[in-house]
Write a protein that binds this ligand. Sequence first.
Ligand code: GLN
Length: 305
Amino acid sequence: MNYQNIINEIEDEIQVYFKEGKVADYIPALAHINPNQFAMSIKLLDGTTYNVGNTQTKFSIQSISKVFTFTLALQLYGKSLYKRVGHEPSGDPFNSLVQLEYENGIPRNPFINAGAIVTTDTLLSKYQDKSFDYILDFIRTTANDFTINYNKEVYSSELEHGFLNMALINMMKSYKNINNDLEKVIQTYFKQCSIEMNTEQLCHSMLFLANHGVNPINNKILINEAKAKRINSLMLTCGHYDASGDFAYKVGLPGKSGVGGGIVAIVPGKMSICVYSPKLNKQGNSLIGTKALELFTTKTGLSIF
Ligand code: GLN
């Protein structure tokens, strides 16, 4: 299959959608990002990479970071992690508070904000003040790129305006589902969200999920096969919040989005794909990114179904 031709075609075909969607302005540092950007990278298990658009432009990975922190927490705690965070889709927006009230402060899954704040809290219990360095180091290892860092402006902007996330963490604390200092947990959470990567780096970093937990390029085992399966399952069912069903229906791949405009998708046994375009749909997922992935699985037949 000529992947380069396919993604070039996709770049042409998505142009009509640039009128739609809007960038995430609830984080002021993201409000002034150029909305008309598009990038798409594909990385096959043998490392062959195909790029189109601004694939060297870095953007904050935002909720895509939830995949990394969940991987680390699952590695550390195994099944007992599910006492603190579930594995069911929520059907609610990514920053919703409502369900915490009737489920005793246990978030539905690790890919909504409340769930990711809990997985970060579990990492703090073990790594304390070294937690962020540990997360960053893991991401650098998965991407095999030690230049990756977080964006201080995005971090401060989130910290200053993160009232809803503060409400989530306080509510979970009231149900005794947060064990560490609230400020430290939320700071670590915002820092991981503000980590910057480009589509090529993100493709590389997630390739282990297309290969049963082993990075196929350097053969590093990042998680065992059974857990890699679980992470992919949750990406399929929960990776796009209250649009997870829509994403599964249209794209048919495990995927994880972030309000920075990135989406990573996995074709098990074959490749990782990353798209970037900062305008979002109303559920907070990249509008053009979703279209591009839908076009990709339609043209190639490479969905899991
Ligand atoms: N940092 C963002 C927030 O907490 C992440 C949300 C997202 O990417 N959906 O609101």
